[in-house]
Ligand binder design. Structure first.
Ligand code: BDR
Ligand code: CA
Length: 308
């Protein structure tokens, strides 16, 4: 199996990504690292712990950055609720996170497995940026980074910027300019996979605790998307990262030159993607542009259905 580290800010869609990865024998999840984002670090870590206990998994969890590198912290309670994972009942976790900082865990694992580890961030890129700055030697030792964030077109937190990019644009800049093989699942592709009621029903029809948990998460997640966009459900952003590792055939992608807008102003945090190669600059990012949404949801339901 392929060794991966899941780094995120659970988060409804981050939690479903964790469930997808841990159900998949093609992957060896070395650890889960958490970062501030949708809500504060304490809550995102707690939500990761709760998700792990839901399925009785043994994977270690490491808390990381509690704030961005430079800009003030933002959060997304409006989308994910006060807990960051509102909807299902959230029990008090019985086991805590490990003592090591997420960035140190990433460094340790990458050094131990040169050329093998894939990082799968689904939140602000702060933990990766910290690791890359603390230990630049790990950058060429990584197999790749597969991130949910950014967009080739419009944003969702400002007209120009997607949440994960805006939450720490400088960290994203560090990763985008590092030279690491990077695949980006931005809003331009995640908005193609809406968890509308028939898709939610397929999770519920599993008739399991995990199926019900996913369905309730998606129902809560739908509320914001209904109000803001007039859609029938939420865009299931984060699980596209792990889905890509399992089934790249479900996606279309293309290498592009992408830069982060760091200038203070209305476009800060924008991932400026050279879709038509007008600059001729080196293509530093593989950008996902299309998804087979039915195939994506079928994969999710099949994998989450593996939990009894
Ligand atoms: C991203 O922001 C978060 O709210 C989601 O978990 C996802 O990672 C979408 O912009
Ligand atoms: Ca997320």
């Amino acid at each position: 199996p392929r060794p991966v580290i899941l780094d995120g800010d659970p988060g409804h869609d981050d939690a479903i990504n964790i469930l997808l990865a841990l159900a998949s024998p093609e992957l060896q999840v070395l650890g889960i690292t958490t970062v501030f984002g949708n809500v504060g670090l304490e809550r995102t870590t707690r939500n990761a712990l709760i998700t792990r206990e839901l399925i009785g998994a043994d994977v270690p969890i490491f808390a990381g950055a509690d704030r961005p590198l430079v800009v003030p912290r933002i959060s997304a309670e409006a989308v994910h609720g006060k807990s960051g994972m509102d909807g299902p009942e959230l029990p008090t976790p019985t086991r805590g996170a490990e003592a090591m900082h997420a960035a140190h865990f990433i460094i340790e694992q990458v050094r131990a497995r040169p050329g093998e580890v894939t990082l799968v961030p689904t939140g602000p890129l702060t933990n990766l940026a910290l690791a890359f700055r603390l230990a630049p030697d790990i950058v060429p030792l990584l197999r790749e980074v597969v991130w949910m964030g950014g967009s080739t077109d419009t944003g969702n937190w400002t007209p120009a910027a997607e949440f994960n990019a805006l939450a720490d644009p400088h960290a994203a800049h560090v990763v985008f300019t590092s030279g690491v093989p990077l695949t980006m699942f931005g809003l331009n592709v995640t908005h193609q996979a809406i968890a509308h009621p028939a898709r939610v029903a397929a999770f519920r029809a599993l008739g399991t605790r995990v199926g019900e948990f996913a369905a309730v998460l998606l129902e809560f997640f739908a509320e914001h998307h209904r109000e803001r966009y007039g859609w029938e459900g939420g865009a299931l952003h984060d699980p596209m990262t792990v889905a890509w590792l399992l089934r790249p055939d479900l996606f279309v992608s293309r290498p592009m030159h992408v830069t982060l807008d760091l200038t203070a102003g209305p476009s800060v945090g924008r991932t400026v993607a050279d879709v038509w190669d007008v600059t001729g600059q080196p293509k530093n990012v593989r950008v996902a542009t299309a998804v087979d949404a039915d195939g994506f949801f079928a994969l999710l339901v099949e994998r989450l259905g593996r939990y009894s």
